[in-house]
Every structure is written in C-alpha cells, then in structure tokens.
Ligand binder design. Structure first.
Ligand code: ATP
Ligand code: MG
Length: 704
C-alpha cells in the first residue's frame, strides 16, 4: 500500500519501465501558503500497460499527469522516462519528448479555435518535422476515430465528444509511445465515453501503446488493466487486474532511445516555417482592422523615407548633372571689384584680368590643362528687318569644349578664326528664333553685330534655363580676338583699382588715340588636368595671379578663383533642409509604428497564451514560439512597409510632376526600405515574442 512498494517490488532488470517516478513531490506556493499537491508519489509503469489513475478531486491526479507529461517541474523526487532522468534534460529535449514520445489529451480538449479538425491534428507534425505524407496520416488517424467526414470542421462546429476525439487524434498523430489522458471522458455522455475508452483500449491492445488515464468514474477505470488510486498527494492503492501476457502484445512503439538534443534539421525548420507563415497570415487576417492600424505607423514612416530619398537623390543627381554639364574639373576666374570715388562696383567689375595672366597661368601652372577667356557685352544683332539684343561673348576656340557645350548645326570657332580675328559668329537657339523666320537656315547667313557684318557658322545646342532662371540659349559667340579688335573692346577704366585701393592715374594720351583696348578679360575658364587636380590648380592659379598682380600677403585679392564643386555644395544645401524634415517625420513615424507593433503583439501574446501553452504541450520549442511571433511582427511591418514603399513611389512621382522637383529612386533604396521595415518588425517584435517563448507550458495552459 505504501508508495515505495509498487515501484520497488519487482525485479527491475526484466522490466521495460517507461515511467518510473520515485518519491515525487509538487508544492504550489499560494502567497504565504504552501499547497502540497503531491507528497511523495512513487510508481513504475511498464511498456504496453493500460493504467487508470483514480482519486478524489484535489488528490493530485492532474498534477501528476502534468509532471509525467513534462509540462511541469517537480518540487522533489526523481522521474525517469524510458530510463532517462528528466531533471537532467534541457528545454529543447523536453520539447522533443512532448513532440515524439508522449501524446497528451486534456480534460478540456484544448483545441486551437478557428482551426479545422485536420489542421489541429496536423499541428504536431510541423513541430516534429514529419510533414511528409502528413495529410494522409491526418486523414487516417481521424478516420480511425470515426471523424473521417469532419476534417474541415472547426471545433465550434463539433460536439464535445467529437472535439475530444480530434484531441485524441492530435495526441496520436506522431505515434507516441505513451498516451496521457486527463479525464478524457469527463465532459461526455456515457455512450461517447465508452466509444472513446474502447478506442483507447484497442490502441493499447493492438499497437502496444502505453496508456495512462485519469478518471474518477469506476466504469471508465474498468477498461484499464491496473488502477492506481491517489489520496492527498499520495498513492493509496495500486491494483493490477489479470492482464494478457505481455509477450502476446505487439510492441510497435519500440524505439526506447529518447530523441537526441541535436539542433533543428532543415526539413523540420522548413515545415515549421510554412506553418508559422500560414498561422501569422491568418492571425493578421483575423484582426484586419487592428492589423491595418498597427501597420499605419510603419506605412507612413517608410512612405516618408522613400519620398525623402527620392527627393534627396533627385536633387543630388540634378546638381551632379548640372556640374557635369559645366565640367567638374573647371575653375572660373573672375576679376575683383572696382572702386571709383567710394563706389564699389561689385565682383567682376574691375578689369584686372589680362590675357597675359592667362598665358602665364598656362605656362607656369602644371595642374592647368586648358584656359579660355570670355568677354561679354550686351549688343544688338540685326538680320534684315529683325533685330535682337543679346549677350555677345568673345570666346577663345577652346571655350565650348571646356564648357561641354555642343553645336546643333554648323562648326566651331577655329584657331584660324581666332588668329585672324574673322567676323564669324555662333548663335544660341533663342537668338536664332528671334532673328530668323521659320524654315530659314541661319548657317551661312550674315548678321550685323554692333554694326559689323558677321557670318553665322554654327548654332549652339539648346541648354535651357540655368538654375537661376537665366536663358542660357540667349547668346552669340564670336572669336575673342574679333571681339577685342572689331566689336566689343573692353572699357578700360580711367583709374584701375588693381592694388587694393591705390589709385593710379590714367596714362597720358597726348594724341588722343582711341586705344584698342586689348588684353583684358572678363572671365577665365580654366580646366584642370583632371578632376582630382582641381584643388591643386586652384592654388597654383591663385599664387600665379597674386604674384603677377603684386598682391601683398595682407591685401585681399583683386580677383576670385571659384571651384564649381563649391557651387554644387551650396545647391546641395537647399535639398538637405527638405531631406532633414522628411527624415524627422520618417524616423518618428517608424518609431511610433514599431511601438505600435510591439503593443499589439503584447496584446496578442496575452490573448493567445493558451494557444502558446497548447503548442508547447504538443511539442513546440521555445524557439518555435519565439520565431512564430517574430514572423508575425515581421509580416506586419513588411506589409506596412511594402504599402509604404508603393505609396512613396507614387508620391515621389506626383511630387516630381506637380512641384517640378527632380526625384530619383534606386532599386537599392526600395529593397533597403523593405529590409529596414522587416528589421523594425523584428526589433520591436522581439520583446513580445521572447515573452511568449518564456512562458511555462502548464502556466500558459491554465491561463484564463
Ligand atoms: N496552479 C496551482 N496553484 C496552486 N494550487 C494548485 C494549482 N494546481 C493545483 N493546485 C492544488 O493542488 C491540489 C491538486 O490539484 P489537482 O488539479 O492535481 O487535483 P485533481 O486530482 O486533478 O482534481 P480534479 O479531480 O478535481 O481534477 C489541489 O489542492 C489544488 O488546489
Ligand atoms: Mg484534475
């Protein structure tokens, strides 16, 4: 009668013990009070036995079953399952035992709601990785229990007895060695109860399944070969009926070796991932509005992010393109400001640059490749009855090459044109449009430029408006020499301020000869040998000019040398403000979105605590639970992020169209935004997922 008797009496060597518990205790702490549910239970159960555990309510039957089923931890004593001490096993191995060796049937069915009978039964297969032939096995097992026709019914469409049989099928699907059933017939009428008990006994007799059954009905216990009675957490009696000889029973469920603690195999992981994705989708689909609201933050964040990048990249690309059209290896030299009678003329007003300066630069500065000069003046052009005022520029032959400016018709200014000061000109498209009628060919025509007839030799390629809104095509180019000798000249001020404030008187001109003002330059375009040498060229040019102009160290220069990348940087600055604003919106929204996901997931974990318990009871590892919730979080943020990407693309197109800003979207940006939103889901989903995975199986199952 004592607890020790039942286990120790027989010679253990001959017996194949599947369950061997010794002096098992379980104490619950209820505040200051200790509840001793088990006070030292010992029992040994052999393979192929059919045992009924009886006892009054509160005697510890369920507690014992939960311990045997590896759902709960003992407070004391030892428990050997198929010869292995459970206390020494890690969480992963315990999960594998629940998955492969033990089938558990609960008093309250514990089926997943809103999931069909077939899906409920198939669930353990995903955790054990035995998905091959799964559908067939599900069908077979359910048919065995008389539910072959109800595969697609949900638990709420099934009667209590049918639900219990679905739960039984689920416990049997992985062909466990041991079936634990805690009052499986407690809620059922006697006919159904007898049917289920009959099924259990057949499984025991025909397949050698070890069955341990908790019941408080003698009628049910009579199906068993052995009845153990508990009272107040102790074994009161252990009575064996005359059982059929063990040898006559088939023992199909032989493999006594416990599953090893090896990691997940690929097939297991794949089958699990399939299930987890399906489960995550259906969980999201079940709460459509809630999920949509959760995704909103990520949606807005990613949308803003995409617009930000599209606008930023677009602006940058536009600046780059503009730079490229100007030439990235270009320096521009402008004269300094003039000063006469206290009035400063502003940058470029002084005539301090000379052709000779350019020649010296080309000769002395090794980083300089090409140099070109420009003189501008506003002048009137005439062609027959038409006339048009435009900017007439004297340029050296290399000017158009340096500026990356092509022709749409005709030829360039040649060295001979320059050398001989020929009266030829190249017109911009705007000038052509204003001087020539429809269908008139400007090439070869003669136009009057400031009273000098000139032959049109080319038409410039259309450049459009500059960033400052200036029409770049409203221009006429003539050879530099021609401009100096015949057309423009450069007004030499009577006093030139080339030495930081020192006034030189005009040279005497006794014969009042109208000097041909040669040798002054308004703008120099200098091309460095390479883009990398721009800075060096800038230094060298500055030094050469300072020396030639005799600028003392403490004086300010009477010229300025500009590097185009500086100009580009200023342009960049403008788009950066917009980018920063959008980045702020994006990051705040993403943060809020992430918190939203975390919040909803925490709610979801609480709501589905029982589901988590069920999954763990049928073999889910903590890792599986963690992954499942992570997948759900990631899916939420990915769907939100995906919609955000689409909306962002559309919005940036609309912005480009309506506001006229250049936008540009790289594929990498789109892929990056996707990955980023997935990352947010994972980051913010991790805490709730981990919380779910750390639940104790039995606590989760009891959660209300
Ligand atoms: N989670 C718990 N926290 C505190 N006490 C518990 C808990 N679970 C069970 N108990 C206590 O342990 C004792 C044994 O409970 P158990 O559920 O094992 O009884 P049982 O034999 O299955 O009863 P029944 O036939 O009513 O199902 C009871 O006194 C119960 O109050
Ligand atoms: Mg109970």
């Amino acid at each position: 009668m004592s607890a020790a008797l039942s286990g120790a009496a027989a010679a253990p060597a001959q017996r194949d013990l599947v369950i061997d518990v010794r002096n098992l205790t379980r104490t619950y702490q209820l505040g200051a009070q200790e509840v001793h549910a088990l006070r030292g239970v010992s029992m040994a159960i052999e393979r192929g036995e059919f045992v009924a555990i009886m006892g009054a309510s509160g005697s510890g039957k369920s507690t014992l079953m939960n311990l045997i089923g590896c759902l709960d931890q003992t407070s004391g004593g030892t428990y050997l399952l198929e010869g292995v001490d459970i206390a020494a096993l890690d969480e992963q191995t315990l999960a594998k035992i629940r998955s492969r060796r033990i089938g558990f049937v609960f008093q309250s069915f514990n089926l997943l709601p809103r999931t069909t009978a077939a899906e409920n039964v198939a669930l353990p297969l995903f955790y054990s990785g035995q998905l091959a032939d799964g559908a067939h096995r599900v069908q077979q097992t359910l048919s065995l229990l008389g539910l072959g026709e109800r595969l697609d019914n949900r638990p709420n469409q099934l009667s209590g007895g049918q639900q219990q049989r679905v739960a039984l099928a689920r416990a049997l699907i992985n062909q466990p060695a041991i079936l634990l059933a805690d009052e499986p017939t407690g809620n059922l009428d006697s006919t159904t109860a007898n049917e289920i008990m009959g099924t259990l006994r057949d499984l025991n007799r025909e397949q050698g399944l070890t069955v341990i059954l908790v019941t408080h009905e003698q009628e049910m216990a009579d199906f068993a070969d052995r009845i153990i009675t508990l009272r107040d957490g102790l074994v009161l009696s252990d009575i064996r009926k005359e059982a059929p000889a063990a040898a006559s029973r088939p023992v199909r469920l032989q493999p006594a070796a416990l599953p090893g603690a090896s990691g997940l195999s690929v097939s297991e992981l794949l089958s699990f991932l399939t299930m987890a994705f399906v489960a995550a989708f259906s969980a999201i689909g079940r709460n459509k509005l809630r999920s949509a609201l959760t995704m909103l933050g990520i949606f807005i964040g990613v949308c803003a992010l995409i617009i930000m990048l599209a606008v930023g990249e677009g602006a940058r690309a536009a600046v780059q393109a503009q730079l490229k059209s100007l030439g990235t290896d270009l320096l521009i030299v402008l004269p300094g400001s003039s000063r006469g009678g206290g009035v400063r003329g502003g940058s470029g007003s002084a005539s301090s640059l000379k052709v000779a300066d350019g020649a010296a630069i080309l000769e002395e500065d090794p980083a300089v490749a090409v140099i070109s000069y420009v003189n501008r003046q506003s002048a009137q052009l005439e062609n027959g009855d038409e006339n048009w005022s435009t900017s007439v520029q004297g340029v050296t032959p290399s000017y158009l090459t340096i500026r990356n400016w092509g022709l749409s018709a005709g030829r360039l200014i040649s060295e001979a044109d320059e050398r001989e000061g020929r009266t030829v000109c190249i017109l911009g498209q705007t000038v052509v449009d204003n001087l020539f009628g429809e269908g008139q060919d400007p090439i070869g025509a003669t136009v009057i430029v400031k009273n000098v007839p000139m032959e049109v030799i080319g038409v410039l390629a259309v450049k459009g408006h500059s960033a400052s809104g200036q029409d770049q095509d409203d221009v006429a180019l003539i050879p530099f020499r021609t401009s100096q000798v015949r057309v423009l000249g450069v007004a030499q001020p009577s006093t030139a301020m080339t030495q930081g404030g020192t006034v030189y008187p005009a040279p005497p001109n006794p014969f009042n000869i109208q000097a041909k003002l040669q040798g002054f330059v308004q703008t120099m375009y200098i091309q460095a040998r390479s883009a990398a040498e721009v800075k060096t060229a800038l230094q060298q040019v500055t030094q050469t000019l300072e020396r030639r102009h005799r600028i003392k160290p403490e004086q300010s220069d009477d010229f300025s040398v500009r590097d185009l990348t500086e100009i580009a940087e200023v342009a960049d600055e403008n788009s950066r403000v917009m980018e920063l604003l959008l980045a702020a919106i994006a990051s705040i929204s993403l943060l809020v979105g992430g918190i939203g996901i975390m919040n909803i997931l925490l709610v979801s974990v609480t709501e589905r605590t029982r589901e988590i318990g069920i999954r763990m009871a049928i073999g889910a590892r903590r890792f599986h639970v963690l992954l499942q919730f992570l997948i759900e979080a990631t899916l939420l943020s990915l769907i939100g992020g995906g919609a955000g990407v689409l909306a962002g693309i559309v919005a940036s197109k609309v912005i480009a169209h309506v506001a006229g800003w250049p936008t540009l979207l790289h594929t990498t940006v789109i892929i990056g935004a996707f990955c980023f939103s997935a990352g947010i889901g994972m980051f913010f989903g991790f805490y709730p997922a981990r919380k779910a995975s750390l639940l104790n199986p039995i606590d989760a199952l009891r959660y209300e």
